[in-house]
Design a protein around this ligand. Structure first.
Ligand SMILES: Nc1ncnc2c1ncn2[C@@H]1O[C@H](COP(=O)(O)OP(=O)(O)OP(=O)(O)O)[C@@H](O)[C@H]1O
Length: 259
């Protein structure tokens, strides 16, 4: 199967602290892949390097055949890599619709200068972004909430808004940082359903997640970090039964969740 993402010996140092050490892994196309591990093991830092938010200290990252290790965030986004954040990065005083439109505009060629030079094209783009936002709102089941201020919505709806904003950027590969965190059981079921629908659209998913029920049920491949280093990789069954992963992270937690 074709590889969509590959890291080669990636390292991230924060003034003396090695957050990610010599990390090499591959993600195959048409997969839901998870990155798991204890708090502080380097998961978010890894996503930050892949999406261009942090420069790598050393090592290389490839999206398909394209090296992205030194590309700026906006260029990586334009290639088709999207993300959501552990601590939501929404404009809370704006409406749901406005937040989605900000996401859509980031992918449009026109900026404020273009509006001054060519207002007709800018208006056409505005209309396209609005149409797309309506489709995305429908897809995430939030059309009725489109005019609500984000700050007035429950956390589960805010998280869904962030997913919607990421979808506005037409990703081919979407990174989700702890999608299930903070959700109540029914919100979690709904979010998982939307993630699966997103995958069915042809968008590959890469999750950081501590909820092992979610990970074990929807992911086909899992990479495990501990103290910044990869300690295991495999299918959910392989990971559940890996002694090093049980010792470093899972303990009997997964067994007790299943009980
Ligand atoms: N900007 C930063 N500056 C300095 N240290 C950082 C920075 N970002 C992360 N770290 C450190 O790097 C290490 C890895 O952090 P990271 O957030 O990647 O872990 P994580 O596995 O995502 O944890 P969690 O599951 O708690 O989200 C931690 O020791 C953290 O304190």
């Amino acid at each position: 199967m074709k590889t969509i993402l590959r890291t080669e010996n990636v390292v991230k140092n924060f003034s003396g602290l090695v957050a990610v050490r010599d990390l090499s892994f591959e993600m195959a196309e048409r997969n839901i892949h998870a990155l798991i591990g204890p708090n502080g093991s380097g998961k978010t830092t890894t996503i930050n390097m892949i999406t261009g938010a942090f420069p790598v200290t050393s090592g290389r990252i490839f999206y398909g055949d394209t090296e992205i290790s030194t590309m700026p965030t906006h260029q990586i986004a334009r290639l088709g890599i999207g993300r959501t954040f552990q601590n939501l990065k929404l404009f809370t005083s704006m409406t749901v619709m406005e937040n989605l439109m900000v996401g859509g505009h980031q992918m449009m060629p026109s900026g404020i200068l273009r509006f001054l030079i060519d207002p007709a094209t800018s208006r056409k783009e505005e209309k396209q972004v609005e149409e797309k936002a309506k489709q995305v709102l429908d897809f995430i089941g939030m059309y009725d909430l489109k005019d609500e201020k984000v700050s007035s919505l429950p956390y589960g709806r805010q998280k869904m808004t962030e997913l919607g904003r990421a979808l506005m950027m037409d990703p081919k590969l979407l990174f989700l940082d702890e999608p299930a965190a903070g959700l109540n059981p029914s919100e979690r079921v709904e979010f998982v359903n939307i993630m699966l629908k997103t995958f069915d659209l042809g968008i590959d998913l890469f999750l950081i997640e501590h909820n092992m029920d979610v990970v074990m049920n929807i992911c086909s491949r899992i990479t495990v970090l501990n103290f910044g280093a990869k300690i295991a990789e495999g299918t959910p069954d392989e990971i559940k039964n890996n002694d090093e992963v049980i010792k470093a992270y899972l303990g009997n937690r997964y067994q007790s969740e299943k009980a």
